[in-house]
Design a protein around this ligand. Sequence first.
Ligand SMILES: C[S@@+](CC[C@H](N)C(=O)[O-])C[C@H]1O[C@@H](n2cnc3c(N)ncnc32)[C@H](O)[C@@H]1O
Length: 204
Amino acid sequence: MKPRRVEDRQDHYYWKAKKEGYRSRAAFKLKQMNRKFGLIKKNYWVLDLGASPGGWSQVAVELGARVVAVDLSPMKEMEGVHFIQGDITSGDTWRKIREIRDSFDAVICDASPKITGNWDLDHFRSVEITEAAFRIAKTFLKPGGNFVVKMFQGEETPRLFSEFKKFFVFRKLHSPPASRKRSSEIYFIGKGFGGKFRPKRDLD
Ligand SMILES: C[S@@+](CC[C@H](N)C(=O)[O-])C[C@H]1O[C@@H](n2cnc3c(N)ncnc32)[C@H](O)[C@@H]1O
């Protein structure tokens, strides 16, 4: 990890990640959310979407999970992680996931488009990714499974949240302390997949 921007050089979590051997500062967001919500447990199968460079996968492995990780960009090898290079909006990637495993205890998604700093633009570009992650979660999550997905806040947030909410027993919008203060990112947390509107599998 090299500091790419002035804010990285000034950032507490950037240096903490470097010191503790995490591939990204984002690792602390998952650690904090897991401490608060208990999303990942020992022996879970976790599907990590938008995984590169691998901070979230590292945290999941530390928690005793086995991980299938997906990203558009390459990711350095990691023990306990099976990596697929691909686009989460593409059916081809879904097929590759299914070749490894067709059900997971948790689906976690930190995928994001390249940030422009324009809140509306970043929001609309993230909606497609967030919706793709949700379709994947509905297809691959075990009953009772857990889901966390990032979105950039904007006018579509209430609609997406009310759609997600139908499928989980516990649901919350949450911003972990490690999110940058000026970022519009927020995480949807869903626990106990298959609440009263348990969906049919999307891709069969
Ligand atoms: C903020 S980074 C993820 C950091 C990661 N959670 C970690 O802890 O290291 C966002 C990632 O989303 C990926 N991404 C964006 N759109 C994607 C897509 N459609 N399919 C797969 N990955 C995507 C990007 O390539 C980028 O690596």
